[in-house]
Design a protein around this ligand. Structure first.
Ligand SMILES: *Cc1c(COP(=O)(O)O)cnc(C)c1O
Length: 455
């Protein structure tokens, strides 16, 4: 019997697996401009993925922003093997275990003790819903039930379950389901691409904060929380903004008694240069802190589904009471799964032993140099970077641009999946200098082939 090839897995997957965020018909349209190839992966090693026919792809987007230290990382693998032999799972209601305790303590330390209570779930969208429910329920518990509305930023993405869609402002995800959703109020984004002539990114941030202030002055009494993706709005197309917005938003939320929820699902764990992105906003050298913070994606090193909501003492204490109805009523079967927590602990160990944030600063410079020549391309706009995220927009009317570019990049042994007309890199932190050059070359050649002109 011969070993199964790409073609075998392709056919079987297309028949039996309903792939996420995908028009399944595009997978079948081989040879057309709109074709979206389906790539069967046999194994991963470091920054590379390998298919069943021996072809390889450099994972330029960390498998949807989850992977930090490479596929099949020996240290995370060893920790998981050990955990597997010890305890694979136990329910977290009424029970506890070493990995969940240690992880909660270490996350609290990473916030300087400001967010000392960790609540667990399995995916990012659930973390968003948990944070929204916690904020809403907090205000009820303290006798302010009228504070029940949420604010989110234009272009925000906080997940796609019905509750999370309430604070997601990406048309493609929300329009079909709008009648199911209790939508939050969308306020202006500080995205620095909106700068008018003579405006700096900090000016755009101040302008967006002024809009937040105006809204809070009129409606603050009814608002429970503002939720933001600190510094980079990922799914909006890597929209970046100045930390000044977070500093001002923190002050305004304090003044109007509104919770600030930082969704660090994509930008946390060192992605933007600091361990948490919100640390780049500071008052007199002290980082601002949110009232609630969501983590997922990179926290388990890209290994296992895990999400966490960290909360302040003030919020946590408001739930303490004899009454069960005043407790935070939320659970998932796999809440606090020991394997996932152990993967997260192994991930935090790597941060601690390898001085990852310092190493990443050098990697980020390499990425900047690799992409710098693109700035001269007439169709490349807003080349931008924050730590280990680099992006640019492509001026083109081609409705198939993103799929054409994606296919071209695969041909150049790179997994780079544009969001609309935004091409971005968000590689695993272990990406080597040669691999960064490989990605830079794959981008310029794919751009040239997709747009039909040289770079
Ligand atoms: C990915 C993401 C989510 C949702 O996480 P899932 O695990 O995909 O549900 C929420 N917020 C942000 C900022 C994200 O990038």
């Amino acid at each position: 019997m011969s070993k199964p090839s790409n073609a075998d897995w392709l056919a079987r997957s297309q028949a039996a697996v309903w792939h996420p965020c995908t028009q399944m018909q595009h997978h079948a349209q081989t040879g057309t401009p709109g074709h979206l190839p389906l790539v069967p992966i046999a194994r991963g090693e470091g920054a590379w993925l390998y298919d069943f026919d021996g072809k390889r792809y450099l994972d330029g987007i960390s498998s949807w922003w989850t992977n930090l230290f490479g596929h099949a990382n020996p240290r995370i693998n060893a920790a998981l093997r050990d955990q597997l032999e010890t305890l694979e799972h136990v329910m977290l209601a009424g029970f506890t275990h070493q990995p969940v305790v240690e992880l909660s303590e270490r996350l609290s330390e990473l916030t300087g003790g400001a967010l000392g209570h960790a609540f667990y779930a399995s995916d990012g969208a659930s973390a968003t819903e948990i944070a929204l429910k916690m904020s809403f329920h907090y205000w009820r518990n303290v006798g302010r039930p009228e504070k029940a509305k949420f604010l989110c930023l234009q272009g925000s993405y906080h997940g796609e379950t019905v509750g999370a869609l309430a604070v997601t402002d990406v048309e493609i995800f929300k329009s079909a389901y709008a009648p199911l959703v209790r939508a939050a109020t969308v306020i202006p984004s500080p995205d620095f691409r909106q700068a008018e002539a003579g405006e700096s990114p900090a000016d755009v941030a101040r302008r967006a904060a002024a809009a937040l202030e105006a809204h809070l002055e009129r409606h603050g009494a009814n608002i429970a929380a503002l939720i933001v993706e600190p510094l980079v709005q990922g799914a909006a197309g890597m929209a970046m903004y100045d930390p000044e917005y977070l500093r001002l938003a923190r002050a305004l939320c304090d003044r109007h008694e509104v919770h600030l929820i930082c969704d660090e699902i994509a930008v946390g764990c060192g992605r933007t240069g600091t361990f948490f992105a919100h640390e780049q906003a500071a008052n007199d050298g002290n980082p601002i802190r949110p009232d609630l913070m969501c983590l997922s994606k990179g926290i388990s090193g890209g290994y296992l589904p895990l999400s966490i909501v960290l909360s302040s003492d003030t919020i946590y204490n408001a739930f303490l009471d004899d009454s069960v109805a005043r407790a935070f009523l939320h659970s998932h079967s796999y809440t606090g799964n020991p394997l996932a927590c152990r993967a997260a602990l192994a991930t935090l160990d790597i941060f601690a032993t390898d001085d990852v944030l310092t190493v990443n600063r050098k990697k980020a410079q390499k990425i900047e140099s690799a992409l710098a020549p693109l700035a001269d391309h007439p169709q490349v706009k807003h080349l931008r970077q924050r730590g280990m995220i680099a992006a640019f927009d492509v001026a083109t009317d081609d409705p198939h641009f993103s799929r054409k570019f994606y296919r071209a990049a695969l041909e150049h042994e790179a997994l780079i999946r544009p969001i609309g007309n935004t091409v971005y890199l968000m590689p695993p932190y272990i990406v080597s200098d040669e691999a960064i050059e490989h990605l830079g070359k794959a981008i310029s050649e794919s751009l040239c082939e997709t747009l039909g002109m040289s770079v």
